[in-house]
Design a protein around this ligand. Structure first.
Ligand code: B4P
Length: 190
Protein backbone atom coordinates (compact mmCIF):
# COMPACT_ATOMS: atom_id res chain seq x y z
CA UNK A 1 0.00 0.00 0.00
CA UNK A 2 1.03 3.61 -0.59
CA UNK A 3 -0.13 5.81 2.29
CA UNK A 4 0.30 9.57 2.05
CA UNK A 5 -0.65 12.25 4.56
CA UNK A 6 -1.53 15.73 3.25
CA UNK A 7 -0.68 18.26 5.92
CA UNK A 8 -0.63 22.05 6.07
CA UNK A 9 -2.44 25.04 7.51
CA UNK A 10 -6.14 25.66 6.84
CA UNK A 11 -6.41 26.85 3.25
CA UNK A 12 -3.02 25.44 2.24
CA UNK A 13 -4.69 23.36 -0.47
CA UNK A 14 -4.82 19.92 1.14
CA UNK A 15 -8.25 19.16 -0.28
CA UNK A 16 -7.46 20.61 -3.71
CA UNK A 17 -4.21 18.66 -4.11
CA UNK A 18 -5.62 15.46 -2.54
CA UNK A 19 -8.31 15.32 -5.22
CA UNK A 20 -5.66 15.52 -7.97
CA UNK A 21 -3.61 12.80 -6.24
CA UNK A 22 -6.63 10.52 -6.01
CA UNK A 23 -7.25 10.91 -9.75
CA UNK A 24 -3.62 10.22 -10.66
CA UNK A 25 -2.63 7.48 -8.19
CA UNK A 26 -6.07 5.88 -7.65
CA UNK A 27 -5.73 5.98 -3.87
CA UNK A 28 -8.68 6.08 -1.45
CA UNK A 29 -9.35 9.65 -0.27
CA UNK A 30 -10.08 10.07 3.43
CA UNK A 31 -10.83 13.73 4.21
CA UNK A 32 -11.67 14.18 7.87
CA UNK A 33 -13.07 17.66 7.12
CA UNK A 34 -15.50 16.13 4.58
CA UNK A 35 -16.42 13.27 6.93
CA UNK A 36 -17.23 15.76 9.70
CA UNK A 37 -19.20 18.10 7.40
CA UNK A 38 -21.18 15.09 6.14
CA UNK A 39 -22.11 14.14 9.71
CA UNK A 40 -23.10 17.76 10.49
CA UNK A 41 -25.33 17.82 7.37
CA UNK A 42 -27.32 14.80 8.61
CA UNK A 43 -28.50 16.89 11.57
CA UNK A 44 -27.66 14.06 14.00
CA UNK A 45 -26.80 14.63 17.65
CA UNK A 46 -23.18 13.69 16.82
CA UNK A 47 -23.26 16.25 13.99
CA UNK A 48 -24.44 19.01 16.35
CA UNK A 49 -21.64 18.11 18.75
CA UNK A 50 -19.07 18.22 15.93
CA UNK A 51 -20.31 21.62 14.76
CA UNK A 52 -19.94 23.07 18.25
CA UNK A 53 -16.17 22.58 17.76
CA UNK A 54 -15.66 23.20 14.03
CA UNK A 55 -17.74 26.42 13.85
CA UNK A 56 -15.43 27.96 16.47
CA UNK A 57 -12.30 26.80 14.64
CA UNK A 58 -11.38 24.14 17.21
CA UNK A 59 -10.42 20.54 16.57
CA UNK A 60 -12.86 17.87 17.64
CA UNK A 61 -11.56 15.61 20.46
CA UNK A 62 -8.92 13.07 19.41
CA UNK A 63 -10.76 10.01 20.72
CA UNK A 64 -13.88 10.84 18.70
CA UNK A 65 -11.91 11.72 15.54
CA UNK A 66 -9.85 8.51 15.72
CA UNK A 67 -12.96 6.35 16.13
CA UNK A 68 -14.68 8.04 13.14
CA UNK A 69 -11.58 7.53 10.97
CA UNK A 70 -11.00 3.91 12.07
CA UNK A 71 -14.56 3.06 11.03
CA UNK A 72 -13.89 4.41 7.54
CA UNK A 73 -10.53 2.65 7.17
CA UNK A 74 -12.22 -0.62 8.20
CA UNK A 75 -14.92 -0.18 5.56
CA UNK A 76 -12.42 0.07 2.65
CA UNK A 77 -12.13 -2.90 0.27
CA UNK A 78 -9.15 -5.17 1.12
CA UNK A 79 -7.54 -4.52 -2.30
CA UNK A 80 -7.35 -0.72 -1.73
CA UNK A 81 -3.96 0.30 -3.18
CA UNK A 82 -3.37 3.00 -0.58
CA UNK A 83 -4.69 6.05 1.23
CA UNK A 84 -4.56 9.81 0.93
CA UNK A 85 -5.15 11.10 4.43
CA UNK A 86 -6.39 14.67 3.94
CA UNK A 87 -6.43 16.64 7.20
CA UNK A 88 -5.61 13.68 9.45
CA UNK A 89 -3.64 13.43 11.71
CA UNK A 90 -3.96 16.95 13.13
CA UNK A 91 -2.42 16.22 16.55
CA UNK A 92 0.50 14.06 17.68
CA UNK A 93 -1.98 11.83 19.56
CA UNK A 94 -3.83 11.26 16.26
CA UNK A 95 -0.50 10.47 14.52
CA UNK A 96 0.32 7.86 17.15
CA UNK A 97 -3.18 6.34 16.83
CA UNK A 98 -2.87 6.30 13.02
CA UNK A 99 0.48 4.49 13.05
CA UNK A 100 -0.99 1.92 15.46
CA UNK A 101 -4.02 1.44 13.19
CA UNK A 102 -1.85 1.02 10.08
CA UNK A 103 0.59 -1.35 11.83
CA UNK A 104 -2.36 -3.55 12.85
CA UNK A 105 -3.20 -3.71 9.13
CA UNK A 106 0.38 -4.58 8.16
CA UNK A 107 1.13 -1.20 6.61
CA UNK A 108 2.48 2.25 7.55
CA UNK A 109 2.68 5.88 6.45
CA UNK A 110 5.08 6.34 3.53
CA UNK A 111 5.17 10.13 3.33
CA UNK A 112 3.76 13.29 4.91
CA UNK A 113 3.49 16.18 2.45
CA UNK A 114 3.53 19.51 4.27
CA UNK A 115 2.18 22.34 2.10
CA UNK A 116 3.93 25.58 2.98
CA UNK A 117 1.84 28.72 2.27
CA UNK A 118 2.31 32.31 3.48
CA UNK A 119 -0.02 33.50 6.26
CA UNK A 120 -1.67 36.32 4.24
CA UNK A 121 -2.27 34.01 1.30
CA UNK A 122 -4.01 31.47 3.62
CA UNK A 123 -6.36 34.15 4.96
CA UNK A 124 -7.09 35.43 1.44
CA UNK A 125 -7.92 31.94 0.12
CA UNK A 126 -10.22 31.09 3.04
CA UNK A 127 -12.09 34.41 2.93
CA UNK A 128 -12.49 33.92 -0.81
CA UNK A 129 -13.80 30.36 -0.30
CA UNK A 130 -16.18 31.71 2.38
CA UNK A 131 -18.00 33.83 -0.24
CA UNK A 132 -19.44 30.67 -1.80
CA UNK A 133 -18.77 27.70 0.53
CA UNK A 134 -21.46 28.41 3.11
CA UNK A 135 -19.00 26.95 5.64
CA UNK A 136 -19.55 28.20 9.17
CA UNK A 137 -15.76 28.24 9.73
CA UNK A 138 -14.72 30.42 6.76
CA UNK A 139 -15.02 33.81 8.51
CA UNK A 140 -12.19 35.99 9.77
CA UNK A 141 -12.56 35.29 13.52
CA UNK A 142 -12.75 31.54 13.07
CA UNK A 143 -9.93 31.58 10.50
CA UNK A 144 -7.65 33.30 13.07
CA UNK A 145 -8.47 30.62 15.65
CA UNK A 146 -7.90 27.83 13.10
CA UNK A 147 -4.47 29.23 12.23
CA UNK A 148 -3.52 29.40 15.94
CA UNK A 149 -4.77 25.86 16.53
CA UNK A 150 -2.73 24.74 13.53
CA UNK A 151 0.49 26.28 14.94
CA UNK A 152 -0.05 24.82 18.40
CA UNK A 153 -1.46 21.38 17.64
CA UNK A 154 -0.80 20.40 14.02
CA UNK A 155 2.68 21.73 13.22
CA UNK A 156 4.17 19.19 15.70
CA UNK A 157 2.67 16.42 13.53
CA UNK A 158 4.92 17.47 10.66
CA UNK A 159 7.93 17.31 13.03
CA UNK A 160 6.78 13.85 14.25
CA UNK A 161 7.18 12.49 10.69
CA UNK A 162 10.29 14.57 9.98
CA UNK A 163 12.06 12.82 12.86
CA UNK A 164 11.14 9.52 11.21
CA UNK A 165 12.54 10.65 7.83
CA UNK A 166 9.06 10.66 6.24
CA UNK A 167 8.27 14.35 5.83
CA UNK A 168 8.69 16.59 2.82
CA UNK A 169 8.03 20.35 2.81
CA UNK A 170 6.49 21.52 -0.47
CA UNK A 171 6.15 25.13 -1.58
CA UNK A 172 2.35 25.55 -1.67
CA UNK A 173 2.42 28.98 -3.36
CA UNK A 174 1.69 29.37 -7.06
CA UNK A 175 -0.74 27.70 -9.45
CA UNK A 176 -2.56 24.49 -8.50
CA UNK A 177 -0.84 22.68 -11.40
CA UNK A 178 2.66 23.84 -10.45
CA UNK A 179 2.15 22.71 -6.85
CA UNK A 180 0.80 19.36 -8.06
CA UNK A 181 3.92 18.91 -10.21
CA UNK A 182 6.12 19.42 -7.11
CA UNK A 183 4.09 16.86 -5.19
CA UNK A 184 4.20 14.26 -7.97
CA UNK A 185 7.99 14.58 -8.22
CA UNK A 186 8.23 13.54 -4.54
CA UNK A 187 5.65 10.75 -4.77
CA UNK A 188 7.17 9.30 -7.96
CA UNK A 189 10.57 9.18 -6.25
CA UNK A 190 9.25 6.93 -3.44
P1 B4P B 1 -10.63 20.79 6.47
O1 B4P B 1 -11.83 20.46 5.71
O2 B4P B 1 -9.51 19.80 6.48
O3 B4P B 1 -10.23 22.17 5.82
P2 B4P B 1 -9.12 23.20 5.55
O4 B4P B 1 -7.90 22.90 6.38
O5 B4P B 1 -9.82 24.45 5.80
O6 B4P B 1 -8.76 23.30 4.02
P3 B4P B 1 -7.71 22.74 2.94
O7 B4P B 1 -6.27 22.88 3.34
O8 B4P B 1 -8.19 21.38 2.53
O9 B4P B 1 -7.86 23.78 1.76
P4 B4P B 1 -8.52 23.71 0.32
O10 B4P B 1 -7.85 22.76 -0.60
O11 B4P B 1 -10.01 23.58 0.49
O12 B4P B 1 -11.00 21.05 8.05
C1 B4P B 1 -12.14 21.77 8.49
C2 B4P B 1 -12.34 21.65 10.03
O13 B4P B 1 -12.72 20.28 10.41
C3 B4P B 1 -11.10 21.91 10.91
O14 B4P B 1 -10.92 23.30 11.17
C4 B4P B 1 -11.44 21.12 12.21
O15 B4P B 1 -12.32 21.85 13.03
C5 B4P B 1 -12.18 19.89 11.69
N1 B4P B 1 -11.24 18.76 11.51
C6 B4P B 1 -10.83 18.26 10.30
N2 B4P B 1 -9.95 17.24 10.49
C7 B4P B 1 -9.82 17.09 11.83
C8 B4P B 1 -9.03 16.22 12.65
N3 B4P B 1 -8.20 15.32 12.11
N4 B4P B 1 -9.12 16.33 14.00
C9 B4P B 1 -9.94 17.23 14.57
N5 B4P B 1 -10.71 18.10 13.87
C10 B4P B 1 -10.65 18.03 12.50
O16 B4P B 1 -8.16 25.17 -0.21
C11 B4P B 1 -8.71 26.33 0.39
C12 B4P B 1 -9.12 27.32 -0.70
O17 B4P B 1 -7.96 27.75 -1.44
C13 B4P B 1 -10.09 26.76 -1.72
O18 B4P B 1 -11.05 27.72 -2.01
C14 B4P B 1 -9.23 26.46 -2.94
O19 B4P B 1 -9.93 26.59 -4.16
C15 B4P B 1 -8.15 27.55 -2.83
N6 B4P B 1 -6.86 27.14 -3.38
C16 B4P B 1 -6.29 25.91 -3.26
N7 B4P B 1 -5.08 25.90 -3.88
C17 B4P B 1 -4.87 27.17 -4.36
C18 B4P B 1 -3.80 27.81 -5.08
N8 B4P B 1 -2.70 27.15 -5.44
N9 B4P B 1 -3.92 29.12 -5.39
C19 B4P B 1 -5.04 29.81 -5.04
N10 B4P B 1 -6.10 29.27 -4.38
C20 B4P B 1 -6.01 27.95 -4.03
Amino acid sequence: MLNIIMCGAPGSGKGTQSQLMVNKYRLAHLSTGDLLRHEVATGSELGRMIESYTSKGNLIPDELMVSILAKHIDSLPSDTPGLILDGFPRTVAQAEALEQMLTQRGTQTDLLIDLDVAHDELIGRLLNRGKTSGRSDDNIDTIRTRLQVYEQQTRPVSDFYKKRGKQVLINGMGSVDDIFGRICACVDAL
